[in-house]
Design a protein around this ligand. Structure first.
Ligand SMILES: C[S@@+](CC[C@H](N)C(=O)[O-])C[C@H]1O[C@@H](n2cnc3c(N)ncnc32)[C@H](O)[C@@H]1O
Length: 196
C-alpha cells in the first residue's frame, strides 16, 4: 500500500467508523450481475460486496493503487482494473446492471458529464448506488459550505463542499431515488434507477 493510501485510510478512519461503514454495509450488498465502481480509491467498498452475486466487476479510477490490486477477490471473479475518468467512461452503452460511486462526485471535474456517462453505461432498469456529501438545506450551513469550498478544494484534492448532487442525479433522468441519510442532509447514500 502506498503512503498516500495509508494516510487517506488513517484520516478517514473516524468518519468510516462513525458514519460511512454502516451505509456502505447497507448499500454495497446490493450490486449484482455486471458491476462497475468508479473512483474506487483505496477500496473502501470492496469488503462489503456480495461477490457471489457479481458476474463481472470493473474497478476504475484515475490511477489504481496497490491496495485495490492486492485485495483478496474470489478466485474466478472476472475482474478488470481500469484507469480512466468518470467523464469519459471507456465502456459501451448499456453495459452494467449496477454502477457504484462513493465520495467521488464531489471531486470530479464535471458532475453532469459524469452522471450522463453513468446513465449511458447502465442498462435500462440498472441501478446507480452512491454515497456522497452534498450542500445542506440550512441556509447558514449552506453559506459556510459555499465560503469554505475554494480553500477546501485546494486542501482536499478538488473536493467541493457545495455540490447539489441529488438535484444533479434527478436532472440526469434517474428515477425512484431511494435515499439513506447518513448524517443530517450532508452525507447521503442512495440508489437511483435508470428507467426502462
Ligand atoms: C475521496 S476518494 C473516495 C474513494 C472511495 N470511493 C471511498 O469511498 O473512500 C475520491 C476518488 O475519486 C477519484 N476520482 C476523482 N476524480 C475522478 C474522475 N474524474 N474520474 C474517476 N475517478 C475520479 C479519485 O482518484 C479518488 O480515488
Amino acid at each position: 500500500m502506498s503512503a498516500g493510501d495509508s494516510l487517506y485510510d488513517l484520516l478517514m478512519r473516524p468518519l468510516e467508523k462513525r458514519l460511512l461503514e454502516k451505509v456502505r454495509r447497507s448499500l454495497m450488498v446490493r450490486p449484482r450481475g455486471m458491476v462497475l465502481e468508479i473512483g474506487v480509491g483505496t477500496g473502501a467498498n470492496l469488503p462489503y460486496y456480495r461477490y457471489e452475486y457479481i458476474d463481472h466487476l470493473d474497478l476504475l479510477d484515475l490511477t489504481i493503487g496497490e491496495k485495490v490490486r492486492r485485495h483478496h477477490y474470489p478466485d474466478h471473479l472476472p475482474l478488470r482494473f481500469l484507469e480512466g475518468q468518470a467523464e469519459a467512461l471507456p465502456f459501451a452503452d448499456e453495459s452494467y446492471d449496477f454502477v457504484v460511486v462513493s465520495l467521488v462526485l464531489c471531486s470530479v471535474t464535471d458532475v453532469m458529464g459524469s452522471l450522463a456517462e453513468i446513465f449511458r453505461v447502465l442498462k435500462p432498469g440498472g441501478r446507480f448506488i452512491f454515497i456522497e456529501h452534498v450542500l445542506p438545506e440550512n441556509q447558514r450551513l449552506k453559506n459556510v459550505f459555499q465560503r469554505l469550498t475554494p480553500l477546501w478544494k485546494r486542501m482536499a484534492n478538488q473536493c467541493h463542499l457545495n455540490r447539489e448532487t441529488l438535484d444533479a442525479i434527478a436532472a440526469t433522468g434517474f428515477e425512484q431515488l431511494e435515499l439513506y441519510p447518513v448524517y443530517r442532509d450532508i452525507f447521503i447514500g442512495g440508489v437511483a434507477h435508470r428507467p426502462h
